[in-house]
Design a protein around this ligand. Structure first.
Ligand SMILES: Cc1cc2nc3c(=O)[nH]c(=O)nc-3n(C[C@H](O)[C@H](O)[C@H](O)COP(=O)(O)OP(=O)(O)OC[C@H]3O[C@@H](n4cnc5c(N)ncnc54)[C@H](O)[C@@H]3O)c2cc1C
Length: 533
């Protein structure tokens, strides 16, 4: 069959990973086509735009922060685990400041305004903060704030994507909107030579406009009210079936799969992560696992598909971090000041996703006062909910435990250990930093329900972390036997990457930039020589 379009490198998916892959391939003189099922942006454009970076970036220095690649490597080693090799993590840390400079060179703005509080996301006054659990790991590595939030009001992922998209257009890359990759085309030897797509390019104007606008209007509801989002999205899929036309694109050098994760694919979630129910899908309807499935169809292996990041933020208000998080048996879940995804992971692992935060009168009063301070709307809503509707109260520890359905003896024992260590100035049993430890001994006591379940004001956002296994030096998709699929690369949440074992804020986008650039560079190298390796 003849090709409709030809290029050196074809990138499937136009989010952060796809944009970075396209930029690197274009910079090496390749003719690049990027295609996207919708109009680009994906989860990247909805995101908070926090990029995990350090080792002494200009913005850390501007904020008076000292950091080194060694300290970054030391801390990230505790988070990244076996998701990537030590050599790859080292390369990421050593190149981190340079990676931000590369983004800045493509118009992405940063700022060295350091957030004074521990927060889930800084307000519009601050763009550098502790986005992980660095302060809980001081014994491992010197802590430093490494959450670089792209400068832009609200959730600044939209600025990140807008700037990358502009750079992509300026670099001469051809972008095919409203074009879905359906099948990979392979040669007799199993090498990937192109992509079979379905496109709305030749569809009536009204169908293209309706597809674009309906998808746009369903994107935010899809994250915050998934049932409504799915309902609004149904006609979008219908338009694709009704008006889509086949399109065959040839990739002379390589195909990069950068089509996001699978949090929007319910059968895949049930198969690979059955415990993760009742959360909000942190993504778009494009996170349907199609990138991963395309790779598997060409022989690619997958890993870490059961790893899901579920976020349980207890602050703002930061006073709540001095409370004590317990499960139904009254046992402590973890250090409450750890990053929200680490708290969520501990809740899922230890208590089946159920946990309550005990706070005394003084903690509650301080939290109420803090709620009037700077915060974004969703943080204010969450804080107000936690301090009111999610809370039960009792005159004693036993009474409040009974009201919440928690084992009173277990809770009493946990609290006694916590308060005794605090009073004696001993380290907290769960390792919470000393400045956040305060005895919880002033009645009345409150228990705040932090469990993972569907709640509008206190949702549990979820993000899939696993994907296609790739060769860590090139980003080429690997088969189960360790060989690579010729001509096929993967990046971002379609691939296994730095955040596949556990996520701290900013590590997914940082990995998208890192792995997207790697895939783009590798796919671009000497197209003619690489054909059918
Ligand atoms: C509300 C929210 C806040 C977040 N905040 C942060 C944060 O601050 N920091 C951080 O690190 N992470 C954050 N994340 C996670 C992060 O945004 C994502 O993990 C990351 O953007 C994934 O990037 P990607 O390039 O892999 O995929 P995406 O950005 O999702 O891009 C994939 C693209 O592929 C397209 N596509 C899918 N299938 C096909 C197909 N078959 N054919 C053609 N196109 C296809 C999609 O339409 C989409 O545009 C957040 C996520 C959300 C939703």
């Amino acid at each position: 069959m003849p090709w409709d379009v030809q290029a050196d490198v074809v990138v499937v998916g136009f989010g952060a990973a796809g944009a970075c892959a396209a930029l690197e391939a274009a910079a090496r003189g390749c003719d690049v086509v990027v295609l996207d099922r919708f109009c680009g942006g994906g989860a990247t454009a909805l995101s908070g735009g926090v990029i995990y970076a350090g080792g002494g970036t200009p913005w850390q220095r501007a904020a008076g922060v000292t950091d080194t690649p060694e300290a970054m490597f030391g801390y990230l080693g505790t988070e990244v685990g076996d998701a990537v090799s030590a050599a790859t993590l080292r390369e990421f840390c050593d190149g981190s400041a340079g990676m931000l400079a590369w983004l800045e060179g493509h118009g992405v703005p940063f700022e060295g305004s350091l957030c004074p509080d521990k927060t889930s996301y800084p307000s519009n006054r601050h763009y550098l903060y502790y986005s992980g659990s660095e302060l809980s790991a001081v014994g491992v590595a010197a802590p430093a704030p490494r959450g670089h939030r792209v400068r832009g009001r609200g959730t600044s992922g939209s600025v990140l994507f807008a700037r990358l998209a502009l750079a992509v257009r300026r670099s001469g890359v051809r972008v095919r909107w409203q074009t879905t990759a359906r099948t990979l085309i392979t040669d007799g030897a199993g090498g990937v030579t192109g992509v079979e797509c379905r496109t709305l390019r030749g569809a009536p104007a009204w169908a293209r406009i309706a597809h674009r606008e309906l998808h746009r209007w369903s994107a935010k509801p899809y994250v915050y009210a998934p049932k409504l989002g799915r309902l609004l999205h149904r006609p979008v899929a219908w338009l694709e079936e009704r008006h889509g036309q086949p399109l065959r694109i040839r990739a002379r050098s390589g195909v990069v799969l950068a089509a996001g994760g699978f949090v929007g694919n319910r059968p895949m979630m049930r198969e690979h992560a059955p415990a993760y129910r009742g959360g909000l899908p942190l993504g778009t309807p494009g996170d349907d696992g199609s990138g991963i499935r395309l790779g598997v169809s060409a022989g690619g292996a997958t890993a870490f598909l059961g790893r899901v990041s579920v976020w349980r933020f207890l602050s703002p208000p930061s006073a709540l971090l001095s409370g004590v998080l317990v499960g139904r048996d009254g046992r402590r879940v973890c250090d409450e000041s750890r990053y929200g995804a680490a708290v969520g992971a501990a809740m899922m692992a230890e208590q089946g996703g159920q946990a309550w935060l005990l706070a005394d009168r003084a903690t509650l009063a301080l939290a109420r006062r803090q709620l009037r301070g700077p915060a974004l709307w969703f943080q204010r809503l969450q804080g107000a909910y936690l301090l009111t509707a999610a809370r039960v109260r009792g005159p004693s520890v036993a009474a409040v435990a009974a009201r919440a359905g928690i084992d009173p003896a277990g809770l009493t024992a946990t609290l006694e250990a916590y308060n005794a260590a605090a009073a004696a100035g001993r380290p907290d049993p769960a390792g919470k930093p000393a400045d956040l430890v305060r005895p919880q001994d002033q009645p009345p006591f409150s228990l705040i329900d932090c469990s993972v379940r569907p709640r509008l004001a206190y949702p549990a956002p979820m993000l899939t972390l696993g994907g296609l296994v790739v060769a860590e030096d090139t980003g080429q998709v690997r088969r189960a036997d360790g060989t690579v699929v010729p001509g096929l690369y993967a990046a971002g949440r379609s691939a296994v990457g730095l955040c596949s074992a556990s996520y701290v804020s900013g590590l997914s986008l940082a990995d998208c930039v890192f792995s997207g650039r790697r895939a783009g560079r590798s796919a671009a190298v000497d197209p003619a020589a690489k054909r059918h390796l």
